[in-house]
Design a protein around this ligand. Structure first.
Ligand code: HEM
Length: 351
């Protein structure tokens, strides 16, 4: 099931992304914990994409419970020893119950002939007319929970790290801002971004690629060899073995990316970003093959819109030193606090 291809993003999601990013940024003043704000935005976006709910008390409560579920991911899975794990299991039950009610209500709406245009509707459609046996409520809830997890941590971290890298690279930030100021100059302050605007952000796409390359939000992927696989230099991975393919090791390899540890968005101006002439794709932040991340395009659009609204509305400085850490997940130690200042809007001249 395709839930975030270019056409869906262009025709449905882009407006919501722009609106929800703006809505959140409207309340920013002074010191902002960027990672927390980015999480709020990506959670709200995913909920909207899944079941069409705008931010409200219900979504806020859902997010509180859901954060307890996420905390449980990084604890020892033994309820007797870990309060965090116990709390996470209880919270997962609550989130699943809340989502089940939504699925039930939606089934009743469909019986009354009402239909929404979101991920949940698509899942229920598969149920009715797909001929594949249909999904049970439990399967749908499970899928929704998985999607909340897949898009939330990853995209909010990439937003935070893009801002951190740009703050540390004023020349890149200035060039990015110039690109976005030019787009905004053709529109009113509040006017929504259009798909053509997103498509006219070449330097932003360099920044997005370079952030994905350096940050390595997902450090690697597991695969099982379905048959004996012979790889370079005569090594064979025997059938049945599990392999961890390290995406980070390739992205940080100076044979592919010159000065691989340096954040250099301009390297993408030659499109492939690589130094070598290898025809093998060495840039795979979203994995590869049939399991490649289905949210790749959505994540790119979310980050681009986020950067657009940030650089056209604010200037900022880092509030304190913060460090990127990579274990157990990629994130910054202090949730990247920044001090923001709202830019004065320049009004167009009147005759
Ligand atoms: C910067 C943001 C993101 C990064 C770096 C990222 C990265 C990845 C990676 C590396 C995989 C494993 C692919 C493989 O095994 O080859 C994956 C899987 C997946 N991602 Fe993403 N992702 C991001 C955002 C999203 C978003 C926004 C969504 C949806 C809302 C999403 C949904 C999924 C799903 C459902 C899978 C599992 C696919 C499968 O197993 O068939 N991701 N992602």
């Amino acid at each position: 099931m395709s839930f975030a291809n270019s056409a869906i993003i262009r025709d449905h999601l882009l407006l919501d992304i722009d609106r929800l990013v703006r809505l959140n940024m409207d309340s920013w003043t002074g010191r902002v914990l960027l990672m927390e704000e980015a999480k709020k935005i990506t959670f709200q976006l995913t909920v909207k994409q899944l079941m069409s709910f705008d931010p409200c008390e219900w979504t806020e409560n859902l997010m509180k419970e859901y954060m307890l579920v996420i905390e449980g991911f990084f604890t020892i899975p033994l309820p007797i020893f870990s309060t965090t794990y116990r709390r996470a299991i209880q919270a997962r039950t609550k989130v699943a119950e809340a989502l089940s009610l939504v699925v039930g209500e939606r089934r009743r709406e469909i019986e009354r002939g009402e239909r929404k245009n979101d991920m949940l509707a698509a899942l229920l459609d598969e149920d009715g007319g797909g001929g594949g046996g249909g999904f049970s409520d439990e399967e749908i809830v499970d899928f929704m929970l998985a999607l909340l997890v897949a898009g939330y941590e990853t995209t909010s971290t990439i937003m935070t790290l893009a801002v951190k890298y740009l703050t540390e690279n004023p020349i890149a930030l200035a060039q990015l801002k110039e690109e976005h100021d030019e787009i905004r100059a053709t529109k009113g302050e509040k006017e929504a971004l259009q798909w053509e605007d997103y498509k006219s952000m070449p330097f932003t796409q360099c920044v997005v690629n370079e952030t994905l390359r350096v940050a390595n939000i997902i450090s690697g992927v597991f695969r099982r060899a379905m048959t004996d696989v012979t790889i370079k230099d005569g090594y064979t991975i025997p059938k049945g073995w599990k392999v961890f393919a390290s995406l980070r090791a390739v992205h940080m390899d100076h044979r592919h990316f010159k000065d691989a540890r340096t954040f250099n968005p301009w390297r993408w101006q030659n499109n492939s970003g690589t130094t070598g002439s290898s025809s093998v794709n060495v840039f795979t932040p979203f994995g590869g093959g049939p399991r490649r991340c289905p949210g790749a395009e959505l994540a790119r659009v979310e980050l681009s819109v986020f950067l657009h609204r940030l650089v056209t509305q604010f200037s900022w400085v880092a509030a304190e030193q913060d460090k990127v850490i990579f274990f157990p997940t990629t994130r910054t130690q202090k949730r990247y606090p920044i001090i923001v200042q709202r830019l004065k809007q320049v009004q167009p001249c009147k005759d």
